[in-house]
Design a protein around this ligand. Structure first.
Ligand SMILES: C[S@@+](CC[C@H](N)C(=O)[O-])C[C@H]1O[C@@H](n2cnc3c(N)ncnc32)[C@H](O)[C@@H]1O
Length: 235
């Protein structure tokens, strides 16, 4: 009798945990997870400090955009990660699909300032292109950024220079096609980052491609919130 009761209670706890995973907002789950492991998320989220006047100008624009309405721009964590990776791999050429108003592009530019590199970013919306160009001008990085207008599925076909970092942040149904078209241009040791991969069922072909291709090694980060995949093209 006692065993049956224990099994009953255990099943109830498991069922509640599964329901919790499904219905508790992922941001809340992430917080609970961090706190339960004794990690204070606030301590790693202090605002960045500018080292130079050029950095300061970009960081001011970053802050300004974050204060405005949510336009689906990258998280601060992803922004910082992009900047760190650009510097770490000494990226000379970064390609981004999905410029929006230039938020993630600004983080990439923070890294490119020190690597003397450039960003080629693709955007389909004419209104966002106007906003992005204004952002890059305000931040003083317009000379290292090229905004390519139109449907990236077509416009990326014109790229022919090697890519050090490829960042995909546009419509989910397009991820697999973008990867297929640009993988040959990514240099050995280059990186592919994709945002919003927390629901792999939304783009099974892309997830399959980054997880099973022997040329790539992939890790998923921040999967309780938006989800970021990072893959290296093996040397
Ligand atoms: C999530 S937003 C990008 C956010 C941006 N990377 C940031 O973090 O600041 C996605 C962008 O992809 C653009 N987009 C969607 N489909 C596209 C396509 N086929 N070609 C180019 N851009 C596209 C949208 O117009 C939108 O601005």
């Amino acid at each position: 009798m006692k065993i049956i009761k224990s099994i009953g209670i255990l099943s109830l706890v498991i069922a509640l945990a599964i329901l919790g995973m499904k219905f508790v907002p992922s941001k809340m789950l992430s917080k609970i997870y961090s706190w339960s492991r004794g990690i204070n998320p606030v301590s790693l989220n202090l605002p960045p400090s500018a080292k130079t006047e050029a950095e300061n100008r970009i960081l001011n624009c970053i802050e300004e955009i974050k204060k405005g309405p949510d336009t689906g721009e990258a998280s601060i964590v992803l922004g910082r990660l992009l900047r760190i990776l650009v510097e770490a791999v000494n990226a000379k050429h970064v390609v981004e699909i999905g410029t929006s108003q230039g938020y993630s592009g600004l983080w990439i530019c923070l890294g490119l300032l020190t690597t003397n590199g450039k960003l080629t970013t693709f955007e389909i919306s004419p209104q966002k292109i106007v906003l992005a160009k204004a952002t890059f001008q305000r931040a003083g990085v317009e000379n290292i950024v090229t905004v390519v207008e139109g449907d990236a599925h077509e416009t990326i076909n014109k790229l022919n220079e090697p890519i050090d970092i490829f960042f995909i942040d546009a419509e989910k149904s397009g991820y697999a096609d973008y990867l297929k078209k640009l993988l040959p241009l990514i240099r050995p040791g280059g990186l592919i980052l994709a945002d919003n991969v927390n629901k792999p069922e939304n783009f099974p072909e892309f997830i399959q491609a980054i997880s099973t291709n022997p040329d790539l090694e992939t890790v998923g980060l921040d999967m309780f919130t938006t989800g970021i995949s990072i893959s290296i093209k093996k040397r």
